[in-house]
Unconditional design. Structure first.
Length: 223
């Protein structure tokens, strides 16, 4: 069956952290990436039809999710949210450079009509996938129908968990920044409750690994 190809792309520290402290924007860690790494990240944005981050990333980082370090097209920005709580004046609300799709549940759509109307006024499309919370499998089917055949996922940890636990990830690209962050409560690549047993672990194979500037790029594919 045809489906949207899902590629998780993330910067991580040597110890797998997404940021330097809990509640701190991942832009802090990304600021340590050199031009080669930034170009690599934005090249993937260019070749993908869509780019997805979670609502927490929108609230904390306020990213634009556009292509800037290379010449290319801006992917469609997709934000799944169970609460429709995205904050005010977010960069993704500016649809002059790229389209934005907010994916939410039927429950949130019906209970927060004021938020829905404000988003629609900003020319933002709203996609309902799931009753009480976002159904990621249904979301991918609907995105495929809209022509989004490849989806770049830039996290964060909760979003990565949703994709991985549901066996929806085809590739993972890790940009390893050579620093150690430490901290037991600092978000890592994947959050959630975890798999807890060897039998339940999600297994990948190494597709490639190479040095790029002062980073290591590790690429994994689904077994």
């Amino acid at each position: 069956m045809e489906k949207t190809k899902v590629i998780i792309v993330s910067e991580v520290s040597i110890d797998g952290k997404l940021t330097i402290a809990k509640g701190i924007s991942s832009k802090e860690l990304m600021s340590l990436m050199d031009e080669d790494a930034n170009k690599y990240l934005h090249q993937i944005r260019d070749i993908c039809d869509g780019i997805l981050v979670g609502a927490e990333t929108i609230r904390t980082d306020n990213p634009s999710l556009t292509v800037r370090y290379v010449e290319g097209k801006n992917p469609i920005r997709i934000i799944p949210t169970n609460s429709l709580n995205l904050g005010e004046n977010r960069s993704i609300f500016d649809t002059s450079k790229a389209k934005t799709i907010i994916v939410t549940s039927k429950k949130a759509y019906e209970e927060k009509k004021d938020v829905v109307n404000k988003l629609l006024e900003k020319n933002i499309e709203i996609l309902i996938c799931g009753e009480d919370k976002v159904d990621f499998q249904k979301m991918l089917k609907e995105l495929y129908k809209k022509g989004i055949k490849s989806l770049m996922v830039e996290g964060g940890a909760k979003i990565n968990w949703e994709f991985i636990k549901n066996d929806l990830v085809d590739e993972i690209h890790l940009i390893v920044v050579p620093v150690i962050v430490g901290g037991e409560d600092v978000p890592t690549l994947v959050g959630g409750e975890g798999f807890k047993t060897l039998e339940n672990l999600k297994k990948f194979k190494v597709k490639d690994t190479f040095k790029l500037g002062n980073q290591i790029i590790n690429i994994f594919t689904k077994l």
